[in-house]
Design a protein around this ligand. Sequence first.
Ligand code: M6R
Length: 608
Amino acid sequence: MCGVFGIVYSKETDKLGDSLIKGSRKLVYRGYDSAGFASFKEDGSTMLRKGPGMLEDIIKSKNISEFSGKRGIVQLRWATFGEPNEENSQPHYDSDKDIIGAHNGNIVNTEQLSEQFKAEGMTIRGTNDGEMVVHAYEKFYNQYHDMKKSMMKAQTLLKGDYAFVCGNTELDKLMAVKMGSSLYMGIGDDFILCSSDLGSILQFTRNIVFLKDGDLVIYDDHEYHIYDIHTGKDITRPPEECNIKIEEANLVGYDHYMIKEIHEQPKRVQELLNLLANSQQLVKNFIETLNQADHVYLVASGTSYHASIVGAYYLNHLAEIHAVPVLAGYFNEYYNISPTAKDVILCVSQSGETKDVINVINPILHNTSAKIISMVNVTGSSIAQKSELVLNVSAGLETSVPATKSYTNQLFTFLYVAALAGKMKNLDKANEIFTQLEKIPGLIQETIDTVKEECEDIAALLVKRDSDLYCLGYGIQYGTALEGALKIKEVYYKHCEGMYSSEFKHGPLSIVDKNYPILFPASPADDHMVISHINEIMVRKGNVIVISPQYKGYAKAASRVVVVPDSDHYFVPFSTVVVLQLIAYYASILAGLNPDFPRNISKTLTVD
Ligand code: M6R
C-alpha cells in the first residue's frame, strides 16, 4: 500500500512544492514509512528528494516547499518490498535519470524482474517493487519512444496489482495507470492531476474522472487521453462534478486523534441514525436484498471483520437473516464455491479500499452473478464503486490509524438494518429494539463520562505487569473481545489475544498464573456461560476484569468489574467496546507511544 499523486500545470510554477505538499498530506494515512517528491522543469532538469521517516519531517528536512516546475510526483510509502530506506523510497529514477515514476501496490515478480533488468544492463538501485515498474517502462520507452505503447508492453511483464504515475524529461506530460489499485483524476483550470486518494484531489478541483482498472491515461495541463491498456483502444470518459464533502483533520484540543475520535462516537452515531431514518428506501432495498439471499456472507478484514461478527449476531437474532462473517483473506479459499445469483456478499470496510476485500469482489464481478453490496465509510471508494447497493456508515473522516468511531458506526448500521428487517417481519424483539435505537448515543456518552478513570487505572496495571494478556468474549461479545484485543496490540504493542471464551479451556488456560490479566467484555444475559468461564480462570488465580453492566453474578465471580451503564443486551457491545478502546489508548500513552500512527501499519491496506 502507499499513495501516489502526479500533477501537471500549464506552466512552470513556484506553487508546485506547496501543491505537492498539500496532496501528500492527504495520502499519509496510506503509508508513513517513507515519502518522496519529484519535479520536472521546462529546461529538462529534474528534482527528486526522498527518504524514510514521517512526512512532515521529510517536508522540512528536504525543503520541499522550494520545489518548482511544471510537473510533479509524490509518493507515500508503506514498505512491502524492501526495507524503508532512501533507495527504496519512491519515486524512482530509471537508469539514465530521464524517467521518474512511483507506484502503489505490489509487483509480485520483483525479484525475477530485478535479475532480468540487471542482466539487460539497467541500473537497479534498490529492492523496491515500484522501481521495477519504472524499469519495465524504461525498457520499452528506450525502444519505442512512445508513452502509450511502452506502458502497454511494460504491463505484460508486471505481475500484481498497482497504480502508477510517471513522467519523462523529454515529454510535457505525465502518464498514469490503474491496474487494481485506486486512482482518480481531477481536471482543474490550469492543471490536471491523478491521485490514489479522491480527497487529495477534491482540495484542488471537483471535476473528477473516475478511472477504472485497465485504464492508461496520458495527460498534460489541459487534456487527457484514456486508453485500454490491453488493446490500446481510446476510452471516452468525461469528468463528473463530485459533491463529496471532505472533512479536514483537526485535533480541537485533544492530544491525539484516537481519543478525539473515541469522544466523537455519540455524535457520529446520532448523525448516522438521522441519516438512516432519512434514507428509508435505500435501507429497505438493502434489507430486501438480504432477505432474498440463500447465503449472506459478511466479508471484511480487521476491525471491520469484528463489526461483522457482531453484525451477524444482530442479523441472525433480530431478523432471522442467516449471515456468516468471513475474513476477506480466506473467503476465496473456503467459501467461494460457485456463488449463485441468490448469494449476497456484503463487504464491510471503513476505507472501501482494502485489497483483501477487493480480491473477493473482483472474481465475483467477472465470473458469477452473486450480488455485491457494501457498508463503507468513504464515499466513492473502490469497494463502493463495485457495489450494487452501498450504505455509508458516515463516521466522518477517521484520521487515527486505529479504527474507533468507524467501528461503532458499522455496529450501529448493522443493528439498524437488523432491527428494521425484523420489525418488517413482525418479530417482537426487533420491534422493541428499533424503538430504542435513539438511546445508543446517550449510552456511549454516559460510558465515556463514567469509566475514564477506571480505564486509566487498568491501563496502568497492564503497563506495570508488562505481559501479554487475553480478551475473552462470549455470544454477542465475541466481536467486542476480538476488537479490544486488536486495539491493545495495535497501539500498545503487547500481545493480547482475543478469543471465544468457551475455547479458552481448550489449551490457552495453561497460560494462567497468579494475577494473569484477562479482560472479559460480557453481557449479563450470557451469565450462564460467562460465569463458568470466569470461574475456570479465577480458581487458577488469574485476574479477570469483566466489563459489563452492573450484575451481581459477575461482581461475585471476577476480580473486578468495570461497570458500564445499564442497557438492553443488544446495546452492550457499544458501551463495552468504548472501555476497551480507552484502556488501549491509555496503555499506549503510558508506554510512551503514539497511538495515532502505530509502527509498521497504515490506515488503508491496498496490498495482499
Ligand atoms: O478499511 P477497512 O475497514 O477495510 O480496513 C480493514 C483493517 O485494515 C482495519 O479495520 C484495521 O484492522 C483497523 N484500522 C485497526 O484499528
